[in-house]
Design a protein around this ligand. Sequence first.
Ligand SMILES: NC(=O)c1ccc[n+]([C@@H]2O[C@H](COP(=O)([O-])OP(=O)(O)OC[C@H]3O[C@@H](n4cnc5c(N)ncnc54)[C@H](O)[C@@H]3O)[C@@H](O)[C@H]2O)c1
Length: 288
Amino acid sequence: MGIEKFSYDGKRVIVTGAASGIGQATAEVVESLGAEVIAMDIVETSVGKYVHLDLSDRESIESAAATVGGPVHGLFNVAGLGSSSAPDKVILVDFVGTRHLIDCVVPYMPRGSAIANVASWGNNDWRNQLDTVRPLIETDGFEAGAQWIVDNVDAFRGGAHGWQGGNAYRFSKEALTVYTFLKAHQLAPLGIRINTESPNATMSGLYRGFIDQMGGEEQAAAVASGLGGRRGEPEEQAYALAFLNSDAASYITGIDLLVDGGGGIAKKYADAANLPPMAEVSHGLAGA
Ligand SMILES: NC(=O)c1ccc[n+]([C@@H]2O[C@H](COP(=O)([O-])OP(=O)(O)OC[C@H]3O[C@@H](n4cnc5c(N)ncnc54)[C@H](O)[C@@H]3O)[C@@H](O)[C@H]2O)c1
């Protein structure tokens, strides 16, 4: 019992997307908590030991995993493309490549280790999309997943709000979320946990691209933000990810942890239930 449950002392972890935004913050946070960090990205990182990884390339994924070897106590799958990228690339990187990296790293993970996949608040309709994501989830391995994309990508062009990869982005994050729930069953007998963590608007390179796409800060905040219009910082996602892969979360597997400043479920529930407004909160001393 104690604070050491949150510690990464003696742990060797992989963080993907570590060159920027949430991935970089995660690498910095877990390094500060004692981890030996292997930082993977297509771009060289300023934190951890850099290993080149291109999640759209099967050989790159396999060679990165083999270079690292074992043991790996924590895998943080943070790298991803946003809705401004081409639909086929979004699905390849955000789901197919990420899944393949998991397959390649799991053999190096001892009992007690954990995987955290960054999904998105964009996954929030996953319950209604089970039949839509099932065919991709059922593909066996990288090549079959990549072929599924080639055969089905036309369904993702265009998209709501005119976002080029918007539909593909939501689809890949829904697929990643449902896959994570299923994978939790498969990994439980090995003593390995796996969860998703879902940010909404978080000030990173990817989010700045989203602001441009939406035509400005205000328009972007109207689509996704925390309560009161607040946007999150990468570090606020990083601490949640660090918790999920720490020993403090040893009974947590197969969940999606929303880190959304109250702008996701809390807002959706209040809107749906048409709840009465609450009395204003005062920060002053009672009766003062
Ligand atoms: N920022 C947000 O508002 C937000 C909201 C919801 C979900 N997310 C998710 O958070 C994760 C991190 O995004 P971010 O906001 O930090 O964005 P970011 O653009 O700052 O970082 C993404 C990183 O992924 C790397 N990357 C891209 N393609 C890659 C590839 N083929 N192989 C390896 N690495 C690759 C990039 O080089 C970059 O370093 C993503 O999965 C994203 O979908 C972000």
